[in-house]
Design a protein around this ligand. Structure first.
Ligand SMILES: C[S@@+](CC[C@H](N)C(=O)[O-])C[C@H]1O[C@@H](n2cnc3c(N)ncnc32)[C@H](O)[C@@H]1O
Length: 250
């Protein structure tokens, strides 16, 4: 089947690692009344339509929402709504909520604010896809003085092991603020940290960064640090954008 898409959503469709992880999770867990928040081209709604009673696909960008309506028009149990999920009125309780507005550490997209609101409409035994994320950090030697995504994987050099520092459960009590002390071990000089986010699609499917999902994020520390044990105070707001990030060596 051929989907009509924008160039950005085309790249998302070409990311087979991302799609196969979502396909597996949706086909084994979605059911009943399913909401797909941030539906884009409608590909995840398309996966969900075969296993759900009905699917409501919510997308705020009018251009891609029009594409999704066309792409899914042959499916009688799917409805596309062109609206911001932060304002969308849920008309019936959800058995399943799919939300793929992921971003590294959930900082630069509205995944957390959207889910905070949507959780009020999820049935107690309802499911969320993905289930959550794990964040890990490592010391790095980086070339930039700015916070940047390491999309090419060549803009920094690791200076120590990756350590998991937080887990966000989408079905739990979602707090959009993160503040924590990261204890990292540097085996060489470093001047930044690199955050890698792993997506927990379901208990037995964990997906690392893929070409279009969660590129590692590099944060400069503003100073050159020596090898050894390091403690870094990191804070940010999920959905608050990259400008909300603060990182400081203690
Ligand atoms: C990463 S794309 C994923 C698209 C699609 N779910 C997929 O997997 O290919 C995220 C989508 O969420 C949409 N989006 C972002 N914030 C939104 C919001 N507050 N309400 C509805 N859609 C939103 C974007 O326009 C974009 O199409």
């Amino acid at each position: 089947m051929r989907f009509r898409v924008t160039p950005y959503h085309h790249n998302l469709l070409m990311d087979h690692q991302r799609l196969s992880a979502f396909y597996e999770a949706i086909s084994s867990s979605a059911r009943g009344v399913t909401y797909d928040l941030g539906a884009g081209s409608g590909v995840l709604s398309y996966f969900a339509a075969g296993v759900s009673e009905k699917v409501i696909a919510v997308e705020k960008d009018p251009k891609i929402a029009a594409c999704a309506s066309e792409n899914l028009s042959h499916l009688e149990n799917v409805r596309v709504v062109n609206q911001d999920a932060l304002e969308f009125e849920f008309t019936e309780p959800a058995d399943t909520i799919i939300c793929e507005m992921l971003d590294t550490a959930l900082i630069d997209e509205e995944q957390v604010p959207v889910l905070q609101r949507a959780m009020d409409f999820l049935k107690p035994d309802g499911r969320v896809i993905p289930l959550g994320i794990l964040n890990a950090a490592e010391p790095v030697l980086m070339n930039s003085d700015n916070i940047i995504y390491d999309e090419r994987g060549s803009d920094s050099r690791s200076a120590g092991p990756l350590r998991v520092y937080s887990r966000v459960n989408f079905k739990g009590n979602l707090d959009d603020r993160f503040r924590g002390r990261l204890k990292l071990r540097a085996t060489g000089p470093f001047n930044g940290i690199r955050i890698t986010t792993f997506t927990i699609l379901q208990d037995d499917i964990i997906c690392g960064p893929t070409p279009m999902m969660n590129p590692p994020l590099m944060i400069p520390l503003g100073s050159a640090e020596e090898p050894g044990e390091a403690e870094i105070e990191l804070s940010y707001r999920m959905g608050g954008g990259l400008g909300s990030i603060r990182a400081e060596v203690l």
